[in-house]
Write a protein that binds this ligand. Structure first.
Ligand code: HEM
Length: 155
């Protein structure tokens, strides 16, 4: 197995964790919590669940950046860097910036509101997080499509 193949495997594991995790959160976990739990149970449950997921996303982002930059460097050195890879890097950075806003702005506000038992404010912050996760999920799927079409276009 070449170094490039190992990097690509790690890159794809990180993509699967991040995009798949957002899909599970958005499609299954949050709607089920809304259906089953009242705000004083649901909002702390969602904060704990998101906190665990965000730790995994942070690790995935580090893996994506290291493996992505390494593969780009390799491709540039052999003179084969398609626009699809540049588009992926741009969209990837945008997704990371959106995640940074969720993790370091909205999520701390959610936790503070929960600690103060301010349920309407906590619900508002969770709503903001839900919208940004939906946006990142869409961008993630678009990025995967661009990456795969870009590679198969070369074959
Ligand atoms: C700054 C971030 C990123 C950089 C620099 C980067 C770079 C790269 C590079 C150089 C490749 C190899 C392309 C090839 O072998 O033709 C690749 C593959 C891939 N990347 Fe990224 N990437 C980044 C983020 C992302 C994100 C956020 C996603 C999806 C959410 C993603 C999805 C993929 C997929 C699906 C492939 C495999 C394409 C294939 O083999 O058909 N990447 N990436």
């Amino acid at each position: 197995m070449t170094t490039f193949a190992i990097l690509l495997c790690l890159h794809l594991c990180a993509v699967i964790f991040w995009v798949g995790g957002m899909a599970i959160m958005h499609i299954a976990v949050r709607p089920s919590a809304v259906e089953m739990l009242e705000p004083p149970q649901r909002l702390p449950f969602m904060a704990v669940t998101l906190g665990r997921f965000f730790l995994g996303v942070t690790i995935s982002i580090v893996v994506l950046l290291v493996t992505g930059a390494w593969m780009m460097h390799f491709m540039a050195s052999v003179g084969r860097l398609p626009h699809s890879v540049e588009a992926m890097a741009g969209l990837g950075i945008l997704m990371m910036a959106i995640f940074g806003h969720v993790r370091f702005a909205a999520f701390p506000k959610l936790r503070r509101a929960i600690a103060a038992k301010a349920w309407p404010e906590a619900g508002k912050q969770l709503g903001i997080i839900r919208q940004l996760v939906a946006l990142n999920l869409t961008l993630g799927v678009v990025t995967v499509v661009i990456a795969i079409i870009g590679r198969t276009a070369l074959v």
